[in-house]
Every structure is written in C-alpha cells, then in structure tokens.
Design a binder for this molecule. Structure first.
Ligand SMILES: Cc1cc2nc3c(=O)[nH]c(=O)nc-3n(C[C@H](O)[C@H](O)[C@H](O)COP(=O)(O)O)c2cc1C
Length: 333
C-alpha cells in the first residue's frame, strides 16, 4: 500500500480502524495494530467533560499506549472551541497522553444526545464553528516542539437529502485540517441504509487541490468493498468499523488483498476464542474483572459469530460474570 502522511506522521498502511464507542478499547486497538491497521483512534471523548470535570473521568476512554500502538489518535467531541482548547491543553499536560500522535475531532456522531448540544454531526450545519474548532485545536498543539496533526471525521450530510457536503469539506481544509475522513451516510441514516461512495467522492473532489489526505469510510467489509472505495472515491486511505468487531483479522486480509498478495488463512475456531480471551485479559489490566466482563458482554458475540453452536454460545457469554466463566463457556482450559 502507498503510505500516507498526516502532517508529519507517516501512516505506512492507510487501512485504519474506525473509532467505535464501546469497541475501540486499548487492547482491541493493540490487536488491530498487530494485524496491520495503520493506526487505531480512541472512541469519542467529551472535550467539555475534560475541561470541567478534569481528565480522570475520561481517562479510561482515552487510554493510549504509544509503546505498543506506535501511532496513536485521541478523538474528541464538543461544540465550543474553548472546550477543545482546554481539552487539548490538558491532554498535552498529562503523562502518556501527551505523547499522542494525532488529535481527531468528531463531526459525524448522529446520536441525539450529542447532536442536541451542537456537537458531532450538528457541526456540519455550522461550518464557521467547525472551522473555529479545528483552528482552536491547531493553536493548542502549536506550542509543542513536535507536530501534532489535527484531523476530522464527518459524514456526507446532516439532512436526509444531502448528497455530500463539499463546502463543509473546504471550510475544514481552509482551517488547516490535516486529514479528513468521510463516512458515506447522512445523520438520519445513523448506521442504516447504504453508505454512498458517490457522496464521499463529491467531498473528496472539493478538497483535491488542498493536498490534504482524504480517508473514506462506510460498509467496507472485505477486499472487494475496500477496492471499490479506493476506486470510486479516489481516497488516500480507508477506515473500517463494524466489520472489524470481533474480527481484527480483517486488517491483514484487506491489506493483503489490496496489495495483491495471497490472503492469509482465516482464523479457526480456537484462534477466535483465544483472541476473545486476549482482549478480555487486556481489558482486565485496567478495569476490575467484573466491570471488564460486564462491558465486554456486548462485544463477545462478535468473536463467536459463525462458529458451530454460536447462538447458544452468545446467550451464555452475555450472561457471564467472570473470566473463569467465559473460559468455561468457550471450553478453554
Ligand atoms: C457501536 C459504534 C460506535 C461508534 N462510535 C464512534 C465514535 O466514537 N466515533 C466516531 O467517529 N464514529 C463512531 N462510529 C462510527 C464508525 O466509526 C463508522 O464511521 C461507521 O460505523 C461506518 O463505518 P462501517 O460501515 O465500516 O462500520 C461508531 C459506530 C458504531 C457501530
């Protein structure tokens, strides 16, 4: 794959994990990195909460490990430029977090709780504010003696009839955004219906002359859909979200396919179960066992999808209370 530069950061493989709340845990991100993902951003974290409640409350969602991950990215959401300034300054003043490679801004979240505060996808309706937020983040990192790029992840529209937001993409590029990633759905689509590569392409086209790297996202689940995304949008890189849940192998599969190499074999039943366990053990390094297992309940079914007797396994896994019970259900010693 052709590497991509985001600011001064070189992304060797522009096949990236899309941020997902509840899914993008540190151990999962480390696993995806190991499978070749170019980098793996954290899930969205509230800039306002960091500003007014301090870093401790949000820390667990933005935990990064530069040593194990290589390139790291923290995603923030919010609607007030001053909140972002404060949040970025706090991050840059916190051990480990201050080593982060990239600050990403969420301008795509469709969840009503987020949208009604003017954050996430609501920013698509207010390009002036969105640009101010990019500038605020750029300014907050500019005092550092290293280059921390500021990126944005957004959608193709706020309203159902939107077919891409070229002017919005331009406003972000004008504000100095270092990379734009566009998910091919509008806000009302949430995660339903089809992602439109055509709508993504309209935004790509609008910012072509800026030289800003452009990533595309939506419904990539295998090599053909990844190839289509590159061909139809002329993007520099892709992000893969839901298809990676419980399936970190997708990064080595898609990368091999895009490079025309022989595809690595798919994991067998035992490998899938062991990977589930590896993520759970990783979560238990920073969470008490009961909390780690409870939070992992909604993720475990993805790892056993398609296995013999998976329906029964899923039912039992979502009721598990401890790691020994998980091992017993999976028949792992
Ligand atoms: C459970 C879940 C949580 C998500 N959380 C975030 C998030 O925190 N930040 C973000 O930018 N996008 C988030 N997304 C959107 C994904 O990153 C991605 O844009 C979307 O799922 C489309 O890509 P896909 O078709 O590859 O899944 C989330 C999606 C899902 C399904």
């Amino acid at each position: 794959m052709k590497s991509v530069k985001i600011g001064e950061i070189k992304i060797n493989n522009p096949v990236v994990l899309s941020p997902m709340a509840g899914i993008s845990s540190l151990p999962f991100r480390i696993i995806c990195n190991g499978m070749g993902a170019g980098y793996c951003p954290t899930e969205l974290v509230s800039a306002r909460s960091i500003r007014f409640n301090g870093i401790d409350k949000s820390l667990r969602y933005m935990r990064i490990s530069p040593e194990e991950e290589g390139i790291t990215a923290i995603q923030l959401f919010g609607s007030e430029p001053d909140d972002f300034t404060a949040a970025v300054e706090t991050i840059m003043d916190t051990p480990v977090l201050k080593e982060v490679s990239i600050i990403d801004i969420n301008m795509g979240c469709p969840v009503p709780k987020v949208v009604k505060t003017g954050s996430g996808s609501a920013l698509m309706e207010d390009p002036v504010r969105a640009a101010d937020i990019v500038r605020a983040c750029k300014k907050a990192v500019s005092g550092l003696n290293r280059n921390v790029p500021v990126t944005v992840k957004t959608r193709t529209g706020f309203n159902a009839e939107d077919k891409g937001k070229p002017d919005f993409a331009k406003a972000l590029a004008d504000a100095g955004c270092d990379m734009l990633c566009v998910h091919g759905r509008t806000r009302p689509q949430m995660y339903h219906g089809e992602s439109s590569n055509e709508a993504i392409a309209s935004m790509r086209e609008a910012v072509r002359d800026y030289g800003m790297p452009f990533f595309a996202n939506g419904d990539i689940c295998d090599v053909p859909s990844a190839k289509r995304m590159f061909e139809q949008t002329d993007c520099d890189g892709i992000m893969i979200g839901r298809a990676a849940r419980g399936n970190p192998w997708i990064f080595e599969q898609v990368t091999a396919g895009l490079e025309g190499r022989e595809m690595p074999g798919l994991p067998d039943e035992n490998e899938r179960k062991l990977m589930l366990l590896r993520e759970l053990e990783g979560r238990m390094k920073y969470l008490p066992e009961d909390v780690a297992v409870r939070e992992f309940r909604s993720v475990m079914p993805y790892y056993v999808k398609g296995l013999a007797g998976s329906a029964r396994l899923k039912v039992r896994l979502v009721g598990a209370n401890g790691i020994d019970e998980v091992k017993e259900i999976l028949e792992l010693g």
